[in-house]
Design a protein around this ligand. Structure first.
Ligand SMILES: Cc1cc2nc3c(=O)[nH]c(=O)nc-3n(C[C@H](O)[C@H](O)[C@H](O)COP(=O)(O)O)c2cc1C
Length: 216
């Protein structure tokens, strides 16, 4: 098995290291964060750091890169408090990836990529029409990661939209039925397959499958 030490990492070329470190922690969520500036300009960008932070209250967080250059998503959230998180569907990976390009703040990635803005229930921020699962979020707080000058933005989940067919009776959303992709590194888009689902694990009890007959 290949072994790489932190000394080896220090010697690596920038892009090689970036690709290695971005992929070695596993698959990441693939989302488009959409916002609207105070001037009314919509913005949408791909983020692979959106993660669950707690279910009661419903919260999520994401990491924004250092503010050494203009970060339209972050600025819009700070100025308006609202943003949406939109799952990337297998049919929209090219358009979603293109949103990472650095467009001027007056240029909307919606117009440049062919993604469509959608406004639901008077929410300030736009949703992405082509997304199958979308969340309306409100800024709560931010925490500086001092070690690398990134920021963890924490938000409440105020609205959830999805097609009813992908929800199981116990609340769980079946993401493969929604065509939601995952990100491998910074530029690899994957479509995960559900292998199984298990009941709550308890010490001394056998793992019980939801789907396999004779096993729960
Ligand atoms: C697959 C992928 C994942 C990304 N994830 C993040 C992320 O988690 N945080 C971040 O700050 N930028 C991330 N980016 C970079 C942003 O998409 C990029 O900086 C974008 O231009 C930001 O747009 P904005 O300035 O409109 O906010 C990612 C880019 C790609 C291609």
């Amino acid at each position: 098995m290949k072994h790489i030490s932190s000394n080896d990492m220090d010697q690596m070329k920038k892009i090689f290291r970036l690709n290695l470190i971005n992929s070695c922690t596993g698959y990441k969520s693939a989302n488009l964060i959409a916002t609207k500036s105070q001037n009314g300009n919509p913005n949408v960008a791909v983020f692979s750091s959106v993660t669950h932070m707690g279910s009661n209250p419903a919260m999520l967080g994401f990491i924004t890169r250092p503010l050494s250059v203009a970060r339209n998503t972050y600025e819009n959230i700070k100025n308006t408090s609202y943003f949406t998180v939109n799952h990337i569907h297998e049919k929209m990976i090219e358009k979603a990836h293109q949103t990472a390009a650095k467009y001027d703040e007056n240029i909307s990635e919606f117009h440049k990529t062919g993604l469509t803005e959608e406004y639901l229930d008077d929410f300030h921020a736009p949703y992405v029409k082509q997304s199958e699962i979308k969340l309306g979020c409100k800024y709560l707080n931010e925490y500086e990661i001092k070690e690398n000058n990134t920021l963890l933005v924490v938000a409440s989940i105020e609205h959830i939209y999805f097609d009813e067919g992908i929800q199981m009776p116990d609340g769980w959303l079946r993401l493969d039925d929604a065509g939601t992709v995952a990100v491998n590194g910074l530029d690899g888009y994957s479509l995960p397959n559900l292998l199984d689902r298990f009941h709550y694990a308890r010490p001394g009890e056998e793992v019980k499958s939801f789907f396999k007959k004779g096993n729960g």
